[in-house]
Design a protein around this ligand. Structure first.
Ligand code: GRF
Length: 193
C-alpha cells in the first residue's frame, strides 16, 4: 500500500501520447461512487494525441508538454503537478521515458500499464514479438515505474491465450480490453482506504 486516501480522493494525473483508451477507462473508474481517485490532469507530450479530447468531454485540465528538451519539460511538468496537487501519476500509453530525477519526486507513486507479461517483451511491438516467438500466452501488466524501462515492481498481471489465428492487431485488441479492467484493479490494490 503506497497511498492512503484518508477522506479525500487521490488527485491523479494521467500521462498519454495517443488514443487514450486507458485514460477513458480510468476516467470512468474515477466517476464510480466509491472510487478512491479523481482525475485532475491529463498530460500529453503530443499535441495531436486523440486522448486529449477526453479532457474536453469530461472537463479535465490538460497540459501539453513537448519533450524536445527533456530536462526543461520535466521541470515544467513537476511545477504543473505541484500546482494541481497531484499525488498519483498513471502512465497510459505515454511514449517518453521519465528521468531518475523526475521519478524520485514521485517515488512509489507512478504506475504504468504495459501490453505484455513482463518481464517478457519490454518496449515496443510486444504483440508481434510474442506471436513471432510462438508464445502460448500474452497479456498485460500494471507495475510501479522505476528508472529502468518497464522494470518496476509488478502490481497485477492478466494472462491471455494467443490463438493460432491471432495477428498482432487482433491480439492487441483483446489485450487492450483487459488493460481497461486491470488498471483500475491495480489502483485499488495500491491505495489503502
Ligand atoms: C496500451 O496498449 C498500453 O498498454 C501501452 O500503450 C497502449 C496505449 O493505448 N503502453 P491507449 O492510448 O490507452 O488506447
Amino acid at each position: 500500500m503506497v497511498l492512503s486516501t484518508g477522506s479525500h480522493n487521490i488527485r491523479t494525473a494521467v500521462f498519454i501520447s495517443g488514443t487514450g483508451s486507458n485514460l477513458k477507462s480510468l476516467i470512468d473508474f474515477s466517476k464510480l461512487n466509491k472510487s478512491p481517485i479523481s482525475i485532475n490532469l491529463i498530460v500529453s507530450n503530443n499535441k495531436h494525441a486523440k486522448g486529449l479530447d477526453y479532457g474536453v468531454i469530461f472537463n479535465i485540465k490538460k497540459k501539453i508538454i513537448s519533450f524536445k528538451n527533456k530536462e526543461l519539460a520535466e521541470k515544467k511538468l513537476l511545477n504543473e503537478l505541484k500546482r494541481h496537487k497531484i499525488e498519483l501519476i498513471c502512465l497510459a500509453g505515454f511514449m517518453k521515458i521519465l528521468s531518475k530525477n523526475f521519478i524520485k519526486n514521485f517515488k512509489g507513486k507512478i504506475l504504468n500499464i504495459h501490453p505484455s507479461l513482463l518481464p517478457k517483451y519490454k518496449g515496443l511491438n510486444t504483440h508481434q514479438r510474442a506471436i513471432e516467438n510462438k508464445e502460448k500466452y500474452s497479456g498485460c501488466t500494471v507495475h510501479f515505474v522505476n528508472s529502468k524501462l518497464d522494470s518496476g515492481k509488478i502490481i497485477f498481471q492478466k494472462k491471455i491465450k494467443i490463438l493460432k489465428k491471432d495477428t498482432p492487431k487482433s491480439l492487441a485488441k483483446k489485450v487492450l480490453a483487459e488493460e481497461h479492467k486491470l488498471y483500475p484493479k491495480a489502483i485499488l490494490k495500491v491505495i489503502s482506504p
